[in-house]
Design a binder for this molecule. Structure first.
Ligand SMILES: [Zn+2]
Length: 157
């Protein structure tokens, strides 16, 4: 990595720190030529293959904006969306592959979104899983109800 001050071709690492979420490493570097200090952030590359075939880097911001649309008018905060995007990134990184398609991201969003808000979940699922009839909604709602009943039985007594 070139020094951003004098363009010297080499730099020395003087400090390394892993981010709180464990997904990136921040390195403090010093240029041996001019003494300038700068930081680099290292993350494992994770790319998304879009439906059009275009490949672009994974972006938490895009996950948040996708989920945000489904959450319109719902009691969901930006902080909730940030936590959701982090959970999605951790889930897709855990698959161990460096390239995933947008559909896998959609599926990874469904779980945490359901925890956050069931109405937003249904909206999102209807788009991502291409619901094309009322039966699709009914099946999803029936599943949510069944899970509720299972949950209630646990805290009943
Ligand atoms: Zn330099």
């Amino acid at each position: 990595m070139h020094c951003p001050f004098c363009r010297h071709a080499d730099s020395r690492v003087i400090d390394s720190r892993t981010s709180d979420d464990g997904l990136s490493i921040r390195r403090r570097r010093q240029c041996p030529q001019c003494g300038g200090r700068f930081s680099t952030i290292e993350t494992a590359s994770l790319n998304v293959i879009k439906r059009s075939g275009v490949i672009e880097p994974f972006s938490r911001e895009k996950v948040m904006s996708g989920a945000r649309k489904a959450c319109q008018g719902r009691p969901v905060t930006e902080a909730d969306l940030a936590v959701l995007a982090q959970a999605v990134e951790e889930a897709v990184r855990q698959t161990g592959s460096s390239q995933i398609d947008t559909n896998e991201i959609g599926l990874a969003i469904l779980g945490p979104l359901r925890e956050l808000d069931e109405v937003a979940y249904l909206r999102f699922a209807s788009v991502y899983q291409a619901f094309d009839s009322l039966e699709d909604f009914e099946a999803s709602i029936a599943q949510l109800r069944a899970d509720h009943r299972a949950g209630h039985r646990v805290d009943a007594d």
